[in-house]
Structures are given as structure tokens and as C-alpha cells.
Design a protein around this ligand. Structure first.
Ligand code: UAG
Ligand code: ATP
Ligand code: API
Ligand code: MG
Length: 490
């Protein structure tokens, strides 16, 4: 593509040297991946300033640079106010606006995004559609899976892969839209057709100034809904009416709103006759005066919310309710989300991704509601993340469990001892132990458990690694638990 054709996407810019007729073969944001003919975008990162790598990019063959300031380099430079935004808009043009050729579902909210995208994926696969998915665990294009670094990756990754989806005959895709991504403009240029809100509770206050700021970031998915050119698919905002911020989000969108809920009588799609037990959940979905009974293996009230969110969105997209019902009844749930570990032991072991106060409260309440014996929880808090959630999570753990074992999650650059200190500060109960080493903590909980008890291993869910300092080690809660169960038998 000729650079002139991309330039319109940049908005306001100035040029250092004539850039018009330069042939651009690809776009790149990482100097280490630049190939000859690429246009390199200097991103001012959180860790380093991408402008420092312009020379490296040129040495690897970059034909021009997009930067936020003039640079003394040998190739033309386009100077824009925000390279992140320019990247998003340019990637959209370069890959020929792929999301306008897809029916795109975006799911935002503090908890439940991964689960709702997976449920939607299963519903649409059940409906015989070839689908795409991008989120915390992985990216899927049809049956193929790919690794992702972020829940919502950068704009270049997104547009490149939406193009891949379109080229592979995928015409419906589901993605998690994190508040970071909305705030940083990673999704600029994505044309969402159905925007879904799960819930809002405390997280990420390391990044967002306060809860209002966090909510505002989430609301961008709804205020930007339908602002693109894709008119092929109807636009819907699907909102959890039971959440206290629902009215704020309803007001942020100009598109049609369809709500779901359990408590609110006003919600368009509701769940009634709810029965929750150790085998899963049974409930009636009510849509437009019609009723369907669902028996699902997914446990807990929070799972009903996730199923309602997916049902409402799929229903808006025209999927017949019998297809939705049958997909919900078939689903085994998502890896690392309230996932039972079965090593033949006479007590329950559950691996779950709860890493926020609200999610921990939800899963522990669910465990409590069916356990006959004691509840053990093994939990830590991530380093380089919201510190203020640490004491809240620890309090929930000691309030809800018989014994909490506080351990390391991904300490990252922080001192693991300090993370635990932050957690236990203010706790006046004694039903906890600190075992920093996560393997030892899990093993201890499994040694302690007796018949009818439940061990909940929280925080890392599907993750198969642990980040300590700069190093990433192999670590899989489920595997470690199975080994401990085996060791106990020997
Ligand atoms: C804080 C944050 O969001 N960081 C993201 C950011 O990294 P960064 O700003 O640190 O990048 P950097 O290392 O400073 O580099 C700046 C630029 O220089 C370039 N560079 C760097 C080195 C070099 O040799 N050459 C070079 O060109 C880099 O490619 C980059 O373009 O840009 C990267 C590329 O897009 C992201 O992968 C990275 O996410 C990190 C891994 C992260 O942990 N982010 C979290 C906070 C996050 O975004 N989480 C949300 C929400 C999760 C949820 O709740 O579900 C998410 O969507 O994942
Ligand atoms: N609707 C919900 N309400 C409250 N908690 C939930 C809900 N759904 C899931 N959870 C809890 O949150 C955890 C994470 O769920 P999930 O991965 O679906 O959320 P997410 O929003 O994708 O999280 P992340 O922000 O890490 O991407 C689950 O393991 C469970 O403990
Ligand atoms: N998407 C979340 C995941 C947290 C998972 C937890 N295991 C941790 O590392 O804190 C985050 O990046 O904040
Ligand atoms: Mg997720």
C-alpha cells in the first residue's frame, strides 16, 4: 500500500520529508519484529519509549516512521499527536476495515468476560457458524488456536487477525474488551455490532484513578457502538440491569438497549425458578413472555448472569432459543473457571480465576452453599496490580472459608512478602496461614482436606505459568493439585 493512502487515517499530522509515494509492505510497533518495507510506529510505552527504537527499526528495513515528535533519522517521519491512535486507524485501513465484514460482539465488565465470550462461541458453533474469538485465554479462528499476550491485544494485532478471520470465512467474532484497551484506544476502528456489559466492581485501580474513571472507560464501548460504517448487522447494547451502573451505561449509548437480570423486574430477559446445587443450575429464561427451562452444569448465581448475558446477545443476533438452550445445557464451562479437579479424592478441589474481591466473594459463596464439610481457600494477589484490592480479598477469604492459605499469585516485580503484608493488614481473625510458595500452599491444603471438604484454589485459573520477578516459570494449579492428590494416596 502507498503511504499516501494510509495518511488519511492519521487525522492531523505533519511530515518530515516527502512521504507520499513510499510503498508500505507492513505495519510494526516492535523494532525487533520489523521487516524490510515496514512502517514503524513509535509507541510511548509504560516501560520504555518506542521512539528510542526508531534507528533499530530503520536498520531492519523500516521505510518510514510514525512518531509523536520530530526525529533525526534517515527515513521520512510522520508526526502525529498520538501514535497509538494513528496505529489503530492506520491498521484498520491497511487491513481494509475487516470488522465491517464481521458481526462483532464486544464483552466488557469486571468479571465474566471470558466466560461470556466462550458461551457465545459455543452457542454460535452449535448454530453451525465458523467463529472467531479473542480474549484472556487465547485467540481462536475456527478450530485453530493462537496465543495472546493481553485480554484485548493492541490495535495492530486486532486488525491483522480480524483480517485473517475474514479471509478464513469467519463472519462472527467475540472479543473481550478490557477497560485498558478502551482507554488506550486499542479498539479504535473496531466496528462492534453487539456490546455486552457483565458487571462492575473494584479492580485495576492501579491504572484507573478511581471507580468513575474505570466506569467511564467501560462506557466507551457503548458510546462508540454503531459509530462505524457497518450497517449489515443490527446494533444492540446488552446490559445487566441488576448492576448499579446499568442506567449510566444505558444512557451512554444511542443504540437499542436490551437488558437482562435476575432481580430487576424491568429487565427484558430474566431468569426465574432458580435452583443452584452441587450439580449445577436449573432455571427458566423469560424472553418476551416466552419461557424456556435450562439445566446447566455451570454452578453459582454468577454463572446464571453469564448465561443470561450470552443468551440475550445471541437472541438479539437472531439465534433460535432452542439452539441457545441446547448449547447452554451442553457446555462444560471454561478452563480454569470453577473447574473441578478430579484425582479420585474423597473431597472437592476447584481451580478458579477469581482475582478480584467480587469474584472471590461469588465463588466462595457458591462453594459455601453446597459444601457439607470445611472450605479451604488458597489465594494470593498479583504484583504490579491494584494494591487496594488485596486486603478486601483477604478479608473475604477469612470470612468465607474455614481456613485461608495466603500465597503468591504472580508477584511480578514486587516482593511477595509485601503483597501478603498488604493482604493481611487489618485482618483480626486467625483462620489463615501464610505459605509463600504456591506449590507448597496447594499441597498443604490438599493434605488438610477431609471427606466432604472443598479446596478452592483461586486467582490463576487457566494460567500455566507463574511470574516471579522477571522470570516466568511453568506452573499449573490443576497439575499441582493432581500431583498433591496423588502424593496423598501414596
Ligand atoms: C501497561 C500496559 O498495558 N502495557 C502494555 C503495553 O506495554 P508497554 O507500554 O509496557 O510497552 P513497552 O515495553 O513500554 O514498549 C513501548 C513500545 O516500544 C516497543 N519496543 C520495545 C522494546 C524494543 O526493543 N523495541 C521496541 O520497539 C514496544 O513494542 C512498544 O511498542 O503495550 C504492550 C503491547 O501492546 C502490551 O502487551 C502491554 O501489556 C502488558 C503486558 C500488561 O500487562 N498489560 C495489562 C495491564 C493490561 O493491558 N491488561 C488488560 C486488562 C486485563 C483484564 O482485566 O482482563 C488487558 O487487556 O490485557
Ligand atoms: N458474572 C460474574 N460475576 C462475578 N464473578 C464472576 C462472574 N463470572 C465469573 N466470575 C468470577 O470471575 C472469574 C473470572 O471470570 P472470567 O475469566 O470469565 O472474567 P473476565 O472478566 O474475563 O476476567 P479478566 O478481567 O481477567 O479477563 C471467574 O473465575 C469467577 O471467579
Ligand atoms: N487480567 C488480569 C489477570 C490477573 C490474574 C492474576 N493471576 C494476576 O496475575 O494478578 C490482570 O492482568 O490484572
Ligand atoms: Mg478475561
Amino acid at each position: 500500500m502507498i503511504l499516501r493512502e494510509l495518511a488519511d487515517a492519521f487525522g492531523k499530522f505533519t511530515k518530515q520529508r516527502n512521504t507520499d509515494d513510499i510503498e508500505v509492505k507492513g505495519l510494526e510497533i516492535d523494532s525487533r519484529s520489523v521487516k524490510p518495507g515496514d512502517l514503524f510506529f513509535c509507541i510511548s510505552g509504560f516501560t520504555v519509549d518506542g521512539h528510542l527504537f526508531a534507528e533499530d527499526a530503520i536498520n531492519s528495513g523500516a521505510v518510514a516512521i510514525v512518531a509523536e515528535k520530530e526525529l533525526d533519522v534517515s527515513v521520512p517521519v510522520i508526526v502525529v499527536r498520538s501514535t497509538t491512535k494513528a496505529l489503530a486507524l492506520a491498521a484498520n485501513v491497511f487491513y481494509d476495515n475487516p470488522t465491517s465484514k464481521l458481526q462483532l460482539f464486544g464483552v466488557t465488565g469486571t468479571n465474566g468476560k471470558t466466560t461470556v465470550t466462550y458461551l457465545l462461541n459455543e452457542i454460535f458453533n452449535h448454530y453451525q457458524k465458523k467463529t472467531g474469538l479473542i480474549g484472556t485465554i487465547q485467540m481462536k479462528i475456527g478450530e485453530k488456536t493462537f496465543d495472546v499476550k493481553n485480554t484485548t491485544p493492541d490495535a495492530l494485532f486486532l486488525q491483522k487477525n480480524f483480517r485473517k478471520m475474514v479471509d478464513n470465512q469467519v463472519n462472527v467474532a467475540f472479543m473481550e474488551v478490557s477497560s485498558h484497551a478502551l482507554d488506550l484506544g486499542r479498539t479504535h476502528g473496531c466496528e462492534f455490532d453487539i456490546a455486552i456489559f457483565t458487571n462492575l466492581s473494584q479492580d485495576h485501580l492501579d491504572y484507573h484513578k478511581n471507580m468513575e474513571d474505570y466506569l467511564h472507560a467501560k462506557s466507551l464501548l457503548f458510546s462508540q457502538l454503531g459509530s462505524g460504517i457497518n450497517r449489515e448487522y443490527p446494533k444492540f447494547a446488552v446490559i445487566n440491569e441488576d448492576d448499579p451502573v446499568s442506567q449510566y451505561l444505558i444512557k451512554s449509548t444511542a443504540q437499542q438497549v436490551v437488558t437482562y437480570g435476575i432481580n430487576s423486574k424491568k429487565a427484558n430477559v430474566t431468569a426465574t425458578d432458580i435452583i443452584l446445587d452441587a450439580n449445577g443450575s436449573r432455571f427458566t429464561i423469560n424472553v418476551n413472555g416466552d419461557k424456556w427451562h435450562v439445566a446447566s452444569k455451570l454452578m453459582g448465581r454468577f454463572s446464571i448472569y453469564n448465561m443470561l448475558a450470552a443468551t440475550t446477545a445471541a437472541f438479539c443476533a437472531g439465534v433460535p432459543i432452542n439452539v441457545i438452550k441446547s448449547a447452554l445445557e451442553k457446555t462444560e464451562g471454561v478452563r480454569g473457571r470453577f473447574e473441578p479437579v478430579d484425582g479420585g479424592q474423597p473431597f472437592g478441589v476447584i481451580v478458579d480465576y477469581a482475582h478480584t474481591p467480587d469474584s472471590l466473594e461469588n465463588v466462595l459463596t457458591t462453594v459455601r452453599s453446597f459444601v457439607k464439610g470445611k472450605v479451604y481457600v488458597v489465594v494470593g494477589c498479583g504484583g504490579d496490580r491494584d494494591r487496594t484490592k488485596r486486603p478486601l480479598m483477604a478479608k473475604i477469604a477469612v470470612d468465607q472459608a474455614d481456613l485461608a492459605i495466603f500465597t503468591s499469585d504472580n508477584p511480578r516485580s514486587e516482593d511477595p512478602n509485601q503483597i501478603i503484608n498488604d493482604m493481611v493488614e487489618g485482618i483480626d481473625k486467625e483462620n489463615y496461614q501464610v505459605i509463600l510458595n504456591r506449590k507448597e500452599a496447594i499441597t498443604k491444603s490438599i493434605q488438610l482436606a477431609k471427606n466432604e471438604d472443598v479446596v478452592l484454589i483461586a486467582g490463576k485459573g487457566h494460567e500455566t505459568y507463574q511470574i516471579i520477578g522477571e522470570d516466568t516459570f511453568e506452573f499449573d494449579d490443576k497439575q499441582v493439585a493432581l500431583e498433591a492428590i496423588q502424593a496423598r494416596k501414596n
